[in-house]
Design a protein around this ligand. Structure first.
Ligand code: FES
Length: 137
Protein backbone atom coordinates (compact mmCIF):
# COMPACT_ATOMS: atom_id res chain seq x y z
CA UNK A 1 0.00 0.00 0.00
CA UNK A 2 1.39 3.41 -0.94
CA UNK A 3 1.82 6.32 1.43
CA UNK A 4 -0.98 8.19 -0.37
CA UNK A 5 -3.30 5.20 0.01
CA UNK A 6 -2.50 4.94 3.72
CA UNK A 7 -3.22 8.64 4.22
CA UNK A 8 -6.50 8.40 2.33
CA UNK A 9 -7.50 5.35 4.32
CA UNK A 10 -7.34 7.30 7.60
CA UNK A 11 -7.92 10.91 6.52
CA UNK A 12 -11.58 11.01 7.60
CA UNK A 13 -10.93 9.60 11.05
CA UNK A 14 -10.78 11.64 14.19
CA UNK A 15 -7.10 11.76 15.13
CA UNK A 16 -5.69 10.21 11.95
CA UNK A 17 -2.00 10.85 12.66
CA UNK A 18 -1.18 7.83 14.83
CA UNK A 19 -3.06 5.30 12.67
CA UNK A 20 -1.27 6.68 9.60
CA UNK A 21 2.12 6.48 11.31
CA UNK A 22 1.49 2.91 12.48
CA UNK A 23 0.48 1.81 8.98
CA UNK A 24 3.47 3.53 7.35
CA UNK A 25 5.86 1.96 9.87
CA UNK A 26 4.32 -1.48 9.33
CA UNK A 27 4.23 -1.18 5.55
CA UNK A 28 7.47 0.64 4.75
CA UNK A 29 9.50 -0.28 7.83
CA UNK A 30 10.26 3.33 8.76
CA UNK A 31 8.96 6.89 8.67
CA UNK A 32 11.59 9.00 6.93
CA UNK A 33 11.62 12.76 6.52
CA UNK A 34 9.89 12.57 3.13
CA UNK A 35 7.03 10.59 4.66
CA UNK A 36 6.84 13.02 7.58
CA UNK A 37 6.56 15.92 5.13
CA UNK A 38 3.87 14.21 3.06
CA UNK A 39 1.83 13.30 6.13
CA UNK A 40 2.16 16.83 7.53
CA UNK A 41 0.97 18.34 4.25
CA UNK A 42 -1.96 15.94 3.97
CA UNK A 43 -3.14 16.58 7.53
CA UNK A 44 -2.41 20.31 7.51
CA UNK A 45 0.12 19.92 10.31
CA UNK A 46 3.64 21.30 10.57
CA UNK A 47 6.54 18.96 9.90
CA UNK A 48 7.69 19.66 13.47
CA UNK A 49 4.37 18.38 14.83
CA UNK A 50 4.64 15.15 12.86
CA UNK A 51 8.33 14.72 13.69
CA UNK A 52 7.57 15.32 17.36
CA UNK A 53 5.14 12.41 17.39
CA UNK A 54 7.45 10.15 15.35
CA UNK A 55 10.41 10.82 17.61
CA UNK A 56 8.36 10.48 20.82
CA UNK A 57 7.17 6.91 20.24
CA UNK A 58 9.74 4.12 20.17
CA UNK A 59 7.59 2.13 17.75
CA UNK A 60 8.49 4.57 14.98
CA UNK A 61 11.92 4.63 13.32
CA UNK A 62 13.46 7.00 10.79
CA UNK A 63 15.37 4.25 8.99
CA UNK A 64 14.38 0.69 8.20
CA UNK A 65 16.06 -2.14 10.10
CA UNK A 66 15.79 -5.39 8.13
CA UNK A 67 16.83 -7.59 11.05
CA UNK A 68 14.23 -9.69 12.85
CA UNK A 69 13.07 -7.96 16.02
CA UNK A 70 12.39 -9.58 19.37
CA UNK A 71 10.56 -7.38 21.84
CA UNK A 72 11.46 -8.36 25.38
CA UNK A 73 9.25 -7.11 28.18
CA UNK A 74 11.29 -5.31 30.83
CA UNK A 75 8.37 -3.95 32.89
CA UNK A 76 7.78 -4.62 36.57
CA UNK A 77 5.90 -7.94 36.47
CA UNK A 78 8.42 -9.49 34.10
CA UNK A 79 11.23 -8.02 36.19
CA UNK A 80 9.74 -9.72 39.23
CA UNK A 81 9.76 -12.98 37.28
CA UNK A 82 13.46 -12.67 36.43
CA UNK A 83 13.74 -11.03 33.02
CA UNK A 84 16.68 -8.84 34.01
CA UNK A 85 18.81 -11.92 34.77
CA UNK A 86 18.14 -13.14 31.22
CA UNK A 87 19.14 -9.97 29.37
CA UNK A 88 22.88 -10.67 29.08
CA UNK A 89 22.27 -14.12 27.57
CA UNK A 90 19.64 -12.65 25.24
CA UNK A 91 22.04 -9.95 24.06
CA UNK A 92 24.76 -12.52 23.47
CA UNK A 93 22.38 -14.74 21.50
CA UNK A 94 21.07 -11.83 19.46
CA UNK A 95 24.44 -10.39 18.53
CA UNK A 96 24.08 -8.16 15.48
CA UNK A 97 21.69 -10.56 13.75
CA UNK A 98 18.55 -9.93 15.81
CA UNK A 99 17.35 -6.59 17.13
CA UNK A 100 16.46 -6.84 20.82
CA UNK A 101 13.93 -4.17 21.70
CA UNK A 102 12.90 -3.50 25.28
CA UNK A 103 9.17 -2.98 25.72
CA UNK A 104 7.23 -2.15 28.82
CA UNK A 105 4.34 -4.58 29.16
CA UNK A 106 2.90 -6.90 26.56
CA UNK A 107 -0.30 -7.44 28.54
CA UNK A 108 0.51 -10.94 29.79
CA UNK A 109 1.93 -9.93 33.15
CA UNK A 110 0.87 -13.06 35.05
CA UNK A 111 2.73 -15.44 32.75
CA UNK A 112 6.03 -13.60 32.24
CA UNK A 113 8.75 -13.18 31.37
CA UNK A 114 7.31 -12.45 27.94
CA UNK A 115 8.53 -11.57 24.48
CA UNK A 116 6.99 -10.90 21.08
CA UNK A 117 8.23 -11.55 17.59
CA UNK A 118 5.97 -10.00 14.99
CA UNK A 119 2.41 -10.69 16.12
CA UNK A 120 3.31 -13.78 18.13
CA UNK A 121 3.60 -13.60 21.91
CA UNK A 122 5.84 -15.97 23.85
CA UNK A 123 5.17 -16.44 27.56
CA UNK A 124 6.77 -18.16 30.55
CA UNK A 125 10.24 -17.74 29.10
CA UNK A 126 13.35 -18.81 30.90
CA UNK A 127 16.88 -18.14 29.77
CA UNK A 128 17.13 -21.31 27.65
CA UNK A 129 13.80 -20.81 25.92
CA UNK A 130 14.54 -17.13 25.30
CA UNK A 131 17.92 -17.95 23.74
CA UNK A 132 16.29 -20.65 21.61
CA UNK A 133 13.60 -18.21 20.52
CA UNK A 134 16.23 -15.68 19.48
CA UNK A 135 18.00 -18.40 17.54
CA UNK A 136 14.81 -19.10 15.59
CA UNK A 137 14.06 -15.42 14.87
S1 FES B 1 5.05 -6.63 32.76
FE1 FES B 1 5.71 -7.97 31.19
S2 FES B 1 3.87 -8.44 30.17
FE2 FES B 1 3.22 -6.98 31.64
Amino acid sequence: MSLDAIIERHRGREGPLLPILHDVQATVGCIDTAAEAAIAAALNLSRAEVHGVVSFYHDFTATADPRPCLELCRAEACQARGVEAMVAAAEAAAGDRVRLKPVYCLGLCSVGPNARIGDTLHARLDEASLVALIGQA
